[in-house]
Write a protein of this length. Structure first.
Length: 454
């Protein structure tokens, strides 16, 4: 049977129209591609993931963390305040260019007696020096404030270190736990296969297969949860270290290389010399002392000198019409004595003394808290480090126990519950060892932030 030519043409046209429609939809659809993946047909391979070490992560985080950058900004502002305070102790040089016009009254002096003539031109330099104990005390105060800001920026850096270390090794441990969950799921599937084969041979009951199936299902759910936790920890670290929220990266697992823990006297000595919180408290007391000195100097006199050189004449010229020189110099000395200001200086002195008392109380509190933190974090690091060997041994024993229990089950010497318990014990032991390594690194990093050695 032959189809009419007109029918075939209509169908061919329909197919062509459908093909054209599909092509246009594909071209018009937005591309749903990974930003780190090269487009198809571009000839460029996908970008390789960036490998981060802990130091890389710390360096990147220090560039984008808002709390740390705010502390660094405050330090920069305090440093500039110190520059301005030092400048107040040194002579200043200014240039003045001025023209004064006074309404005339038919005389050379004009109507305003404060001016020297109807037309007065001023073009001169002024060297100014003010001698005041208040300026000296203010400079010392800004120096102490700079030390406070520097110590606080270090405190912010130490806090950032702990945050990044926790996120970095949290991601490392999450990857390890995901690998453990994969092995556990594979082992559960293998045991399910063993139990099914033994059931077919009439060696075990069907209840063993049911228990093995339940265990396999649980391990599959645990694997999904481990993958979810790994992705969450990856995002948490990406937020800390990448300004463009890059997820295409990997980290170096260096938990197998634990650092040694110094003795407590060494830690205590380092904290006494380098702890940023203690240095900030000490600098705050020094700043408060200088504020008291500034307030006291408000009761004392101040002396200033001015030296002028240039033109202050009725003509803008170096010589007057009669030939005399307009270019010359003048000098002034001013002594200012505070007499009465309605108790403002005394009030400022009381305020400064209150701040000094508070700074001393905070210094004492910081010293006590530092001693307590040192002992607490040192004990934490010492305990976590001493438990690593035991945790590693438990993981190795759990793996050997699972192997032997499975062999005994295959020979009919153990029950399905013993195998399932051995599988769960191995997973818990491996995760505990990974958590123990991360705990030791975090405790060590926290201790190092107190001693200023990180």
């Amino acid at each position: 049977m032959h189809m009419p030519i007109s029918t075939r043409i209509s169908e061919n046209g329909l197919f062509a129209a459908l093909a054209l429609l599909i092509t246009s939809l594909v071209l018009a659809a937005p591309a749903q591609t990974n930003p780190n993946q090269a487009p198809v047909g571009s000839g460029n391979p996908p970008a390789a993931p960036l490998t981060l070490t802990l130091q890389d992560a710390l360096q990147r985080a220090s560039q984008i963390n808002p709390e740390y950058r705010a502390a660094v900004t405050e330090y920069g502002l305090a440093r500039e305040d110190k520059v301005q305070g030092r400048a107040a102790l040194l002579p200043s040089l200014n240039y003045t260019a001025q023209f004064l016009y006074t309404q005339g009254n038919g005389t050379p002096s004009g109507r305003f007696i404060a001016d020297n003539g109807v037309h007065e031109y001023i073009s001169q330099g002024n060297a100014h020096q003010e001698i005041s104990l208040q300026n000296l005390a203010e400079y010392r105060r800004t120096s102490a404030a700079e030390a406070v800001a520097r110590a606080r920026s270090e405190i912010a850096a130490r806090g950032l270190v702990v945050t990044v270390v926790q996120a970095y090794y949290g991601f490392v441990v999450a990857q390890r736990k995901y690998a453990t969950a994969q092995r556990a799921a594979t082992e559960a599937l293998r045991f399910l296969d063993i139990s099914q084969k033994l059931e077919h041979g009439g060696e075990v009951a069907h209840s063993d297969v049911i228990k093995a199936q339940i265990q396999s299902n649980q391990q599959q759910r645990d694997l999904q949860e481990a993958e979810l936790e790994m992705n969450r920890s990856r995002l948490e670290l990406a937020v800390l270290v990448f300004p463009d929220f890059n997820e295409n990266f990997s980290v170096v697992d260096d938990l197998q290389m634990p650092e040694s823990l110094p003795s407590f006297p060494e830690v205590q000595a380092a904290a006494a010399n380098k702890n940023p919180e203690l240095r900030a408290a000490l600098a705050t007391v020094q700043e408060a002392n200088q504020e008291v000195a500034v307030a006291w100097n408000g009761f004392l006199p101040s002396l200033s000198f001015d030296y002028f050189y240039g033109i202050d004449a009725a003509q803008f010229a170096t010589r007057a019409p009669d030939g005399t020189r307009n270019l010359g110099y003048a000098a002034t000395a001013t002594l200012q004595l505070p007499v009465w200001n309605w108790g403002a200086n005394r009030s400022r002195l009381k305020q400064a003394d209150l701040r000094r008392q508070q700074a001393r109380v905070e210094l004492s509190s910081t010293q006590r808290e530092l001693l307590a933190k040192l002992r607490t974090f040192y004990n934490e690091a010492q305990t976590a480090g001493s438990e690593l060997e035991s945790l590693n041994q438990s993981a190795e024993l759990a793996a050997d126990s699972l192997r032997l229990t499975t062999l005994r089950y295959q020979s009919g010497e153990s029950t399905v519950l013993e195998v399932v318990d051995a599988q769960n014990t191995l997973t818990v032991a491996r995760n505990a060892f990974n958590d123990g390594q991360a705990r030791f690194r975090l405790a060590l990093a926290t201790l190092q932030t107190l001693t200023g050695n990180f």
